[in-house]
Structure formats: C-alpha cells, structure tokens
Design a binder for this molecule. Structure first.
Ligand code: NI
Length: 176
C-alpha cells in the first residue's frame, strides 16, 4: 500500500468531471490496490472521506470511514448516483483534505439514498443520515468538480483552523 499525494485547490483535476469506472476492471488487482491506497491515504491525513480526483485520478470512486460517535461504516462508492434527497436540511462545518486548514458551514439535505457499486462490483443501495449523508454529498461533489466552498451560501463562515479552534470548535467540524 502507498500514501498518495493530495491534489490541492487550484489543481485543475479538482475541477474536472470524473469518468465512470469500467465495472470489468473493479476486480483487478491493480484497482483493488488503488482502493487500499485511497483508504491508507485518507487515514494518514486523518480525513473521513476521499474522492479519487483528490489523488489525481479523475474517476468516479469515493471511500469513507469514521469511527466514534458520528460513525461512518467503511464504504466504497463506485459510479455513485444519489436517487433521493430527504426534505430536511442540516448545516455542518466542513473541511477538505484539498483545502488546507480551512473550515466553512454548508447546508445540505440531512438524508440521501445512493446507489453505487461496492469494491466487489456489486450494486449497493445505501440510505444515509447526518454526517454520513453529508460526507456522501461532499465526496460526490468532488466527482463533479465541486468543492465545499462552492456550496457555501456565503463565505462569511469561512474560517482558518486556528480561529476555528479558538471560536467554533465546540460546534464540531467534519474533515471530508
Ligand atoms: Ni473534500
């Protein structure tokens, strides 16, 4: 396994539309190793989600996992599609491994239903709430060339990490 370098905001690959993965390659050793590398990279940089464009690969692949109170199960989404957005919205602090040391508040639907292939190439249907739902939307935005700063209603809550720690930490952030 390997820790992959993270593409940072300004890198054009973060603004491209990702291509679907050919389902026939999912079972290949090379692709499975890429998934393992994505998890290792995400854990190394202490994120809870990572999309393939963030490691300079413009393909529709997302990995996620978070332990603790707001747990997110270990998840691989390949060629994901959101098929339902819940009617209730939630506002959460978001951060991104591609935007160093920044946080900002984003409003998103608090529930989504997503269909995607898993790492065995099997179609899965996931209903997600709360942090899990927000993380899915944040990561899938990366596949569309969108970043959380694009989703902020305004930039007034954009906050550097030091100031976040000083003033806003108790509201809890999500680095995704
Ligand atoms: Ni991100």
């Amino acid at each position: 396994m390997a820790i992959l370098p993270i593409a940072k905001v300004g890198n054009p690959i973060l603004r491209q539309l990702s291509k679907p993965v050919d389902p026939d390659v999912i079972g290949s050793r090379k692709f499975q190793e890429f998934l393992d590398d994505m998890f290792e990279t995400m854990f190394h940089f202490e994120g809870i989600g990572l999309a393939a464009p963030q490691v300079a690969r413009s393909e529709q692949v997302v990995v996620m996992e978070c332990q603790g109170t707001d747990a997110i199960p270990r998840t691989v989404l390949i060629n994901p599609k959101i098929i339902f957005y819940g009617p209730i919205k939630c506002e959460m602090w978001e951060g991104c491994l591609s935007i160093d040391n920044m946080r900002g508040k984003v409003v998103r639907p608090s529930m989504v239903r997503v269909q995607a292939l898993d790492r065995k190439g099997v179609l899965q249907d996931i209903e997600a709430n709360g942090l899990y739902a927000v993380c899915i939307q944040h990561e899938m935005d990366h596949l569309l060339g969108k970043l959380f700063i694009d989703r902020m209603a305004d930039l007034s809550t954009l906050t550097q990490l030091e100031e976040f720690d000083a003033y806003w930490r108790e509201e809890s952030a999500t680095v995704i």
